[in-house]
Design a protein around this ligand. Sequence first.
Ligand SMILES: *Cc1c(COP(=O)(O)O)cnc(C)c1O
Length: 371
Amino acid sequence: MKARFAPHGLGGADPSQTHLVDLRSDTVTRPTLAMRRAMAEAEVGDDVYGEDPTVNRLEQRAAEVFAKEAGLFVPTGTMGNTIAVKLHTQHGQEVICEARSHVFNYELAMMAWFSGCLARPIRTQDGILTWDEILPEVRPMHSHYAPTGLVEIENTHNMAGGSVYSAEALNKICDGAHELGLKVHLDGARVFNAATFLCRTVAEITARCDTVMFCLSKGLGAPVGSLLVGTAKDIARGRLYRKRLGGGMRQVGVLAAAGLIALEEMPARLGQDHEHAQLLAGALSRMEGIQVPHKVQTNIVVFDIGGTGLTTAEFSARLKSRGVLINGIGGTRMRLVTHLDASREDCERALTALAEVAAGAAANASKGSEA
Ligand SMILES: *Cc1c(COP(=O)(O)O)cnc(C)c1O
């Protein structure tokens, strides 16, 4: 493998050290050497004045890649989702979303705090909503109801194991919502993983969504940043909300430079992460005491260790002592995420550790039952 890490003194990991295999998230990726070089050489200006050429280029390229009118560079996906909810809703409305969605569970109630909206979560098996499930939850203007303001969709769905909407199912949701005068925001933190799975472009699979947020900082490997894309009018208003939220970032072309490489070059390698996830999921589903409840389509594997008799904290600790980091996500479920800093070799090392921990627990359990 070519050296991806910065030479000594520029930060990054020392590849000669035995490193931990970190599968807690694809946010843990470190910027590539090409990204670090581009950051050092980035042309910059004051982005609050709209004068940072690198940020302007990134926003324009993001809009082109998604076939939308305009793009807005934001520091985090949470800020991108927050701005989108604000753009499409009024205080006192409801936002329809999936029950395990990021916007509902992991954004500190921002839709209530900033937009004055209530979530109307819908529970699903696999994280994927259908229009038939959404329609009965749409609330009209009525003397007792908060009317629905927005439909929010997550693709891929993080906590449901990286599951993917078909373009047709998502189109049907958008068409249904639009017919009722409702907008659709797509939380596409990992929408490039969805496009990779579907062998389609992100523009094709998000064509009818009013706004799309996607993360540069996850599988695409940039150190920071997300984008919100949509109509020029929405993005111009979004720019004001970004400033209000403290997201006016000045000479931020140093970050956009890494983001441009993430956007242009990194989507093409996501299939590799998906292969690694398949490898891990296949082996996990054959281990005693472990179940993989979702079909693995992208780079996330949710697995249930309930049958091992261990808690997720115990399971994590035993993996950590073998050099592998994987966290619990509630109950007896754990989540692993493959990414560009986890090579095939790393994933094989993780498998060995997982197999040892599972076998150790099974041996202990059978000893217990003999006693
Ligand atoms: C990571 C993520 C976000 C945004 O997270 P930030 O940490 O705020 O960048 C939003 N939605 C989903 C599904 C995510 O996985």
